[in-house]
Design a protein around this ligand. Sequence first.
Ligand code: ATP
Ligand code: MG
Length: 284
Amino acid sequence: MGVDTLTAPTEETTREGSEPQGGTAPNRIITILSPKGGSGKTTVGVNLAVELAARHPREVVLLDLDLQFGDVAGVLRLSPKNTIGGIARRWPVDSANLKLALTPHNSGLYTLCAPLTPAEADDVTAAHVAGVVSVLHQSFPYVIVDTDPGLSERVLSALDMCTDVVMVCATDVPSIQGLAKALEALDVVGLTAPRRHFLLNRSDAKVGVDLDEIEKTVGAPIDVRVPSSIDVVKATNGGVPIMQSRSNDAIVKSFERLADRFDSSANAADAPSSGGRRLFKRKG
Ligand SMILES: Nc1ncnc2c1ncn2[C@@H]1O[C@H](COP(=O)(O)OP(=O)(O)OP(=O)(O)O)[C@@H](O)[C@H]1O
Ligand SMILES: [Mg+2]
């Protein structure tokens, strides 16, 4: 792997510019979005990443952009030695240092974890986010970005670069209305290029809002439904994502369906190539 200095992304490293030549689909940058807290972003991001890594070991990186209170490391029981905070403080850094900052997980997934303290989050700017996402995109077929609630500049920076957005919504009115407002805001600022995937979390909760109403308010059909289950909470608390423990069939099937939307082997017509340069060589 060459050692490229990380700077602000150039035209060549943006979404369009990184598309491989020869008609193959681009690698994927998948941002997990929900303007409201607690709707299930991290659960979705972690399980999608683990499932894609099971299918494509060492080709998936999960970036925790919940910079103040990111919990990817906690949910995966990782003890990161380096984080995106350290990358920002050593800026500009080269891709070799970025490689050293990744923390591997036993599922075959790599993570770039959030800073260890909320104060360190201030060190990370939108330009850092763009630079980091850009280099990861050149190296990994799948970059998955977990985010914090809201549409901060740093989240917008990831959205500006991504190929796909997974819009996570819970079944409560604030979550539904919040997502509708967020999508309107993205339309206003022209962030319409990423393909949108609408995931309804806790979709079977009987809380007096029907699915038609949710689709109408958000203005998009629901693509994937994830039911509610105590097994999800147990998986979060136990440090083993449900796509590894496979303790609940319905939840597993939901996340498989979500992964199928991005997976070349599951859906050739809609597939990203695995043609990006890799930071890590495959074993065997
Ligand atoms: N389908 C589900 N069924 C039951 N519990 C769930 C489900 N999805 C998520 N949870 C639980 O809800 C809690 C919040 O989920 P999660 O941390 O993924 O949300 P988040 O959107 O990332 O929150 P934050 O905005 O704070 O980052 C966790 O305890 C998780 O285990
Ligand atoms: Mg979260």
